[in-house]
Design a protein around this ligand. Structure first.
Ligand code: FMN
Length: 270
C-alpha cells in the first residue's frame, strides 16, 4: 500500500509511478483516512510513505497521521514501512524524524529515499520556485530515480537491514533540530493567506486543497455588476502545502506580502 500526500503534485507523481512499478494500491492521506481503520490487503508486506519535506522535517500533518492512523492488519502480517520523500534541494534529518515516529507506533521501519523535484516553497524572502531550465531538468531526471528506488524496494528483504539513500545537505542537524521546530511554530500559520482583486472565483484553490481547508464563501456585498461572488476563506486545518497558491490561474492567492513577486509551480504530469 502506498500512502501519499501532495500539495503541488510532485509527491503524487512519485506515488503514481511507484504504484505502477511496484503494483501497489494508492491511498491519499486525506483527514478522513484516520477516521476509520484502513484495511490493508492480506498479502501486503510493506507500506510506502510518500510525501514532501517541510523545513527539513516531516510535515506536521503527516506526523499527526502517523500518530493517529489505524492500520487494520492480520495478526500474522509482518509489515515494513518504507519512506520516499520529495524535496526541492535537501532533506536534513527528515528520515530520522520519520523513523522515530514510525517506531513509536511499534512498526518496523525499512529503507528511506529522497527524490529531488521542482521547488514549491515561496513564502519567505530568498525562496522562490526554480528557474524553468532547472525545473525541467529535475522533472526529466525523476523517472530514472524512481525506477532505481522501485527496483531496490522490490528486492528488499528484512535480513538486508535498513538503508538510507537521502540527500541530507549541509548543516542537517541544525536544519532539522533547530530550524524545523521554529518554522512549524512561527511560519506555518494559514492566517497570512488571502486573495487579491485578481481572483475570478474559479474555486481551484478550494478544490486542490488536500485537507479541504478552503471554502468558497459568498461576499457580503454584490460587486459593481450586481452579482454576489464567492471567494476563498482559509480555515485552521492547513498543512502549509501551498497547493492553493500555485494552482491559482491568476496568481491571486498570496501569503502575506512575501509572495507578490514569486513564481508558481504545479507538477505538469498529474
Ligand atoms: C512548507 C514547505 C517547506 C519546504 N521545505 C523544504 C526543505 O526543507 N527542503 C527542500 O528541499 N524542499 C522543501 N520544500 C519543497 C518541497 O519539499 C518540494 O517542492 C516537494 O517536492 C513538494 O511536493 P508536493 O508537490 O508533493 O507538495 C518545502 C515546501 C514547503 C511547501
Amino acid at each position: 500500500m502506498i500512502l501519499w500526500f501532495s500539495g503541488t503534485g510532485n509527491s503524487r507523481f512519485v506515488a503514481e509511478r511507484l504504484s505502477i512499478l511496484l503494483g501497489q494500491r494508492m491511498t491519499e492521506l486525506r483527514p478522513s483516512v484516520t477516521a476509520t481503520p484502513l484495511t490493508l490487503p492480506e498479502d501486503d508486506t510493506a507500506v510506502y510513505w510518500v510525501f514532501p519535506v517541510y523545513s527539513w522535517g516531516v510535515p506536521p500533518y503527516i506526523r499527526s497521521v502517523i500518530r493517529d492512523i489505524n492500520l487494520d492488519i492480520q495478526s500474522d502480517q509482518a509489515l515494513v514501512h518504507h519512506l520516499i520523500l520529495t524535496c526541492g534541494d535537501d532533506c536534513g534529518l527528515t528520515a530520522e524524524m520519520w523513523r522515530k515516529d514510525v517506531r513509536s507506533r511499534g512498526w518496523q521501519d525499512g529503507n528511506a529515499y529522497s527524490v529531488i523535484m521542482p521547488n514549491n516553497y515561496v513564502c519567505m524572502t530568498g525562496f522562490d520556485v526554480d528557474p524553468k531550465a532547472l525545473e525541467e531538468k529535475k522533472l526529466a531526471e525523476a523517472p530514472a530515480r524512481i525506477k532505481t528506488i522501485a527496483d531496490e524496494l522490490r528486492g528488499y528483504s528484512v535480513a538486508q537491514g535498513r538503508r538510507d539513500d537521502i540527500v541530507r545537505g549541509s548543516f542537517a542537524w541544525i536544519k532539522t533540530k533547530v530550524i524545523y521546530p521554529w518554522f512549524v511554530r512561527y511560519a506555518m500559520s494559514p492566517k497570512p493567506f488571502h486573495y487579491t482583486k485578481e481572483c475570478i472565483s474559479c474555486g481551484k484553490c478550494a478544490a486542490t486543497c488536500p485537507l479541504r481547508n478552503i471554502s468558497m464563501q459568498p461576499d457580503t456585498q454584490p460587486d459593481a455588476s450586481g452579482r454576489t461572488r464567492k471567494h476563498p476563506v482559509w480555515c485552521r486545518d492547513c498543512a502549509g502545502c501551498l497547493g492553493c497558491y500555485h494552482i491559482c490561474p491568476r496568481h491571486a492567492v498570496m501569503y502575506g506580502k512575501s509572495t507578490r513577486k514569486k513564481g508558481q509551480y504545479f507538477n505538469p504530469f498529474v
